[in-house]
Design a binder for this molecule. Sequence first.
Ligand code: AP5
Length: 239
Amino acid sequence: MSSIATSVQTAGRAVGSKTTPGPILLMGPPGAGKGTQAKELIKLWGVPQISTGDLLRANVAQGTPLGRIAKEIIGRGELVPDTLVNDMVAVRLLKPDTINGYILDGFPRTIGQADWLDDRLAAQPEALPVVAVSIKVNYNQLLRRITGRRNCPVCHTIYNVYVNPPKVEGFCDIEGAALIQRDDDTEVVFKERMRAYEALTAPVMEHYRALGRFAEVDGDRPIDKIAAEIVVAVERLRR
Ligand code: AP5
């Protein structure tokens, strides 16, 4: 067992003993580590990661009608319209693997999306409400993380050339595949993504804070320490 899994499980023992983690929302600016943390937490809780960014990029790669609309919007660092994203998430939530909960990575990121999700969950008597945990990281660190990020196109492992490089430069440790850099991981597009985050997504944090279902963790620390703190925060919010 890796040191990350050990410390997450140590901190999360009480959470693990509960019936379900329910829907958990990971929030934070571009590069905060939402995807990285989601991949740690799914190992602990055995629930799926639902990343709207990944789903949209899959649509782009497949050339679907949604993907054709999303491609340029993502390239500009803006947000895809709520109705398109909500419909995409609605389809994903129908899959049976969501029964015990799921980790939402990057959704909802507008008040319209949050209202849609809250209404949907409220209409399901057995569903737990969303609890939101935001990962806080300073601007310069975010920029470094975004421009240094590389992804494996096969297993989707996330690397960073500065802080978490692969053993062989440019290639995935697990699959051996050539790593790729996202088109929107440039400094110019990052600035636009930050603008969208401040204007449209920051209010979502206030929305869940007002409902008493929000926590914030310091994301400028080792990955395993952040994961452990998220687990503790979720446990507290679920009480
Ligand atoms: P999306 O893919 O969701 O991008 P994002 O929110 O900008 O977040 P990122 O994926 O860039 O970062 P992350 O927080 O997951 O960080 P990661 O773990 O990879 O969305 C892309 C686009 O799709 C949007 O701009 C929008 O156009 C569209 N979209 C998506 N969802 C939408 C929605 N709901 N509505 C409308 N439009 C939507 O980590 C980053 C790097 O940091 C990695 O290299 C990693 O190795 C490193 N790292 C992580 N943690 C640490 C740590 N603790 N210490 C050091 N390095 C670390």
